[in-house]
Design a protein around this ligand. Structure first.
Ligand code: CP3
Length: 357
């Protein structure tokens, strides 16, 4: 991997997690968890109620930094992930975003090309600079050995919310628009690539050590559409970030990509791939491990269950994947009903996999 100015400025040796990007298999593997800050933590719920709405929390650098730090204090993860959201991008582009308690995000849906053309990058940097301020605070407040992850949503996944106006199980509204009006859809992809570059660039300049691109709905597309709306925009986003910050590693998380995962890695240029819960360890080992950094993939519901079954699976995952550069994580985010004590147990089990001799 290339060593740009960023890694020279912040030597990877002090942040263990970054060493996997130099090709090192660490034992025990570094560990962090998607959605490690969130509603399963009582201290998160307390801070969130102080902030008002969910976006008010994202746009309050002091409180957003506080909730980012909460799981680091409890569990000593190898990385912190900036507290923000993938839907900050549509909000910054002028599409109204709100979060309904218990129901998730609501956006005024983009009905056609005209609605897409009305969005604008102008003014977005004002929003992104608030998020960058959170990153700046974090770099000061985090332990020196904790890597800081910046992130954005992949253009496809963000577009599914912008067009559907809310989450859905099949992303039918966005998929239909992509068939009906591919030109308008491409314009939205291009705008999202540009906006995501601005969002991520602000995070890296403020001190993020590495980045993750969340493509939570990558799994809903047939192969030609996967190439066009998942691989191509991600490749453009990665290429521009690599041009600006060659030393900053990028993790892709194409959830549900299945058989497409290896091609996704080759064609997008990401440095690591997040594997979802459904991806078989045999497939990961045969097609990804040793060729790229692998991250994953414990079932978040097994973390809710805890106990012997969780321990057995963690050891299986680390045994199979830990021989090559690997980051332990879940296959998707922590769910709200997760007992905080199980997270402590999980970290202890991962750290206990250290190979001696
Ligand atoms: O700890 C972290 O991982 C960092 C912060 C983070 C959040 N969202 C905070 C959040 C990150 C990295 C995300 C990513 C995100 N946001 C994704 C991709 C990952 C995934 O889960 O698939 C997506 C699809 C979103 C959009 C989004 N934000 C949805 C669908 C929801 C509602 C679902 C839910 O869990 O409530 C959110 C809200 C959200 N984002 C919460 C948190 C902690 C819960 C909001 C609350 O406090 O009420």
């Amino acid at each position: 991997m290339t060593h740009g100015t960023e890694l020279k400025r912040r030597p990877s040796r002090t942040r263990r997690l970054l060493s996997v990007f130099d090709g090192e298999a660490l034992s025990p593997p570094p560990v962090w968890l998607m959605r490690q800050a969130g509603r399963y933590l009582p201290e998160y719920r307390a801070t969130r109620s102080k902030a008002g709405g969910f976006l008010d929390l994202c746009y309050n650098p002091a409180l957003a930094a506080e909730v980012t730090l909460q799981p680091i204090r409890r569990y000593g993860f190898d990385a912190a992930i900036l507290f923000s959201d993938i839907l900050v991008v549509p909000d910054a582009l002028g599409q109204k975003v709100s979060f309904v308690e218990g129901e998730g995000p609501r956006l005024s849906p983009l009905a056609d090309g005209k609605a897409i053309a009305a969005l604008s990058l102008e003014g977005a940097n004002r929003t992104f600079s608030v998020i960058a301020e959170t990153v700046q605070r974090l770099r000061q407040d985090l332990p020196a050995e904790t890597a800081l992850i910046g992130f954005c949503g992949a253009p496809w996944t963000v577009a599914t919310y912008m067009i559907g106006g809310q989450g859905s199980s099949d992303q039918a509204t966005a998929r239909s628009m992509a068939y009906r009006d591919p030109q308008a859809f491409q314009a939205l992809m291009d705008l999202l690539v540009a906006a995501s570059v601005a969002y991520l660039d602000g995070q890296v300049r403020a001190g993020a050590d590495l980045l993750q691109i969340f493509d939570s709905w990558a799994g809903s597309l047939p192969e030609d559409e996967f190439d066009r709306w998942v691989i191509a925009p991600t490749r453009d986003l990665v290429a521009e970030m690599k041009r600006r910050h060659p030393g900053v590693p990028i993790i892709g998380f194409p959830r549900g990509a299945g058989e497409h995962a290896a091609r996704f890695v080759r064609e997008t240029g990401v440095d690591a791939v997040g594997c979802d819960t459904a991806m078989p360890l045999g497939q990961i080992r045969a097609t990804l491990s040793g060729r790229t950094v692998v991250q994953g993939n414990l079932d978040p519901l097994l973390l809710v269950a805890g106990g012997a079954r969780m321990k057995e699976r963690v050891r299986q995952i680390v045994g199979k994947l830990g021989v090559n550069p690997f980051i332990f994580n879940l296959g998707h985010g922590i769910v709200p009903q997760t007992p905080p004590a199980h997270v402590a147990e999980l970290v202890a089990i991962v750290r206990d996999t250290k190979q001696t001799g």
